[in-house]
Design a protein around this ligand. Structure first.
Ligand SMILES: Cc1cc2nc3c(=O)[nH]c(=O)nc-3n(C[C@H](O)[C@H](O)[C@H](O)COP(=O)(O)O)c2cc1C
Ligand code: SF4
Length: 445
């Protein structure tokens, strides 16, 4: 176990990290098989492909890459009557600041991912899959290639896998080294050997017009790993772990000003923000108070300590009720965090205490987004640069009275006016930091 995966807390339920938590667990095929590995891949071949898709739909699995889109619904968009080949692209780009779970899975338990790929490909009649790995993950790439070789040598990949008559090839593809390569259509352009410019949706939804203009499923590394556990537990048990419409467990990566940063795998909705920070992560550093939380990777809107949200939910009699919920009582599922005005995103929780300067923190993010814009759309290309210049100016003490308003206006003119969701990802930090901490921006003038 690494120092970032702690002794399991009573609230945790480990599926994705179950093997990794075992002492002496190694990322090789013998170890994986000794822990029951590939049993679900074998089981998949005793099922009909459409039964597997149905199980994934019924499990309420939502994508773990950021958008929390229902995985079964996405798989259902694939047409099987168009005569085109189908592809699976596993998104291992993991560039969202604060997120570090996929790399951990790739390093520690690569066969779990390969088993998920086999099941997914059989379910969707896919004969060729790619694992797109961020180029800086050189060690992950090495481990994956070794694991793919091991699986091929055992007859789990290649021709007639598990004697089923089904053929499947899987390749690792090294990413192009930019944040935007994690956006699914940009990833496909990159995989095709082109500059990673995102495609316009519609019409280029990957499930319809994806890799080489063929139906393609793009799913996050963790999402694909969950598929094995859905077959193992059955959709009903998997779904029951989570909340309505949001099943299973989520792997949280907590960083920032907590005593025990690291990985926490929790049933969806099992804990509140306060329980995650204080019970699981050991609370804040001594003598410090909570200032803010970014709940789902740097692109999600920041939440301020002490905030109270009005959240609607269904009462026992089916009527809708509205409750006031404090930040620390916010349940960690996609719907609740969305109702608080942010998103659970990649479940990368960044905790900030009272020692943090919000203008400094925003400037740090603005520099990142200005550097990572692909430059295809004018509002994003120009706006991210202007935002980083303005926040740098404010930080240097040379800001002008109109700067906070100007900064906000630039963000307002990026979001919703671009080809891809990077526009929102870059604008939401600026909009929310200024809205939530106006006094800190005024104090810099
Ligand atoms: C700018 C940007 C960067 C993204 N980066 C990643 C990433 O690194 N990894 C990832 O899985 N999804 C990333 N996404 C989301 C993907 O576009 C896509 O929704 C996801 O891979 C789908 O997988 P899922 O349904 O399993 O979550 C990014 C999206 C945007 C807009
Ligand atoms: S929004 Fe930004 S990153 Fe996305 S296509 Fe436009 S310029 Fe590129």
């Amino acid at each position: 176990m690494t120092s970032l995966l702690h002794e399991p807390h009573a609230k945790e339920r480990r599926l994705i990290f179950a093997n990794i938590s075992k002492p002496g667990y190694k990322p090789d095929i013998e170890t994986y098989l000794a822990h029951g590995g590939y049993a679900e891949a074998k089981k998949a071949f005793t099922m009909k492909p459409e039964e597997i898709v149905q199980e994934v739909k019924a499990s309420n699995l939502r994508g773990r890459g950021g958008a929390a889109f229902p995985t079964g619904a996405k798989w259902g968009f694939i047409r099987h009557d168009d005569g085109k080949p189908h592809y699976l692209c596993v998104n291992g780009d993991e560039s969202e600041p604060g997120t570090f779970k996929d790399r951990f899975i790739l390093h520690q338990d690569p066969h779990q991912l390969i088993e998920g790929i086999i099941i997914t490909c059989f379910a969707l009649n896919i004969r060729l899959a790619y694992i797109y790995v961020r180029c800086e993950f050189t060690y992950a790439k090495e481990i994956l290639e070794r694991a793919l070789k091991e699986a091929s040598e055992r007859g789990f990949l290649g021709k007639n896998i598990f004697g089923s008559g089904f053929d499947l090839e899987v390749y690792v593809h090294e990413g192009a080294g930019a944040y935007i390569c994690g956006e699914e259509t940009s990833l496909l352009e990159s995989l095709e050997g082109k500059r990673p410019y995102p495609r316009i949706k519609p019409p280029y939804f990957p499930a319809v017009l994806g890799l080489y203009m063929s139906p393609t499923i793009v799913n996050n590394v963790e999402t694909i790993c969950h598929v094995k556990h859905i077959l193992r537990l059955g959709a009903a048990e998997y779904a029951a772990m989570g909340t309505s419409g949001d099943g299973g467990t989520r792997t949280f990566c907590v960083s920032g000003d907590v005593v025990r940063p690291g990985f926490y795998e929790l049933p969806v909705g099992a804990v509140t923000m306060g329980e995650l920070i204080f019970d699981l992560c050991g609370g804040l550093r001594p003598g410090r108070t909570l200032k803010a939380i970014i709940p789902g990777g740097s692109s999600s809107k920041i939440l301020r300590a002490g905030e109270v949200y009005k959240i609607k939910s269904k009462a026992a009699d089916g009527s809708m009720i509205e409750k006031e919920v404090k930040l620390l009582d916010l349940v960690l599922d996609a719907a609740s965090v969305a109702a608080a005005g942010s998103m659970v995103g990649s479940a990368a929780v960044i905790v900030m205490d009272d020692s943090r300067n919000m203008v400094w923190a925003l400037n740090n993010l603005n520099q990142f987004y200005a550097h990572e814009s692909c430059g295809q759309c004018t509002p994003c290309r120009e706006g991210t640069l202007w935002m980083s210049k303005l926040s740098t100016r404010m930080l240097s003490g040379k800001g002008e009275a109109s700067d906070p308003t100007m900064l906000h206006t630039i963000a307002d003119n990026i979001a919703g006016r671009t080809i891809c969701a990077f526009g929102e990802a870059a604008s939401w930090p600026t909009q929310s930091f200024i809205d939530k901490f106006p006094e800190e921006f005024e104090a810099m003038l």
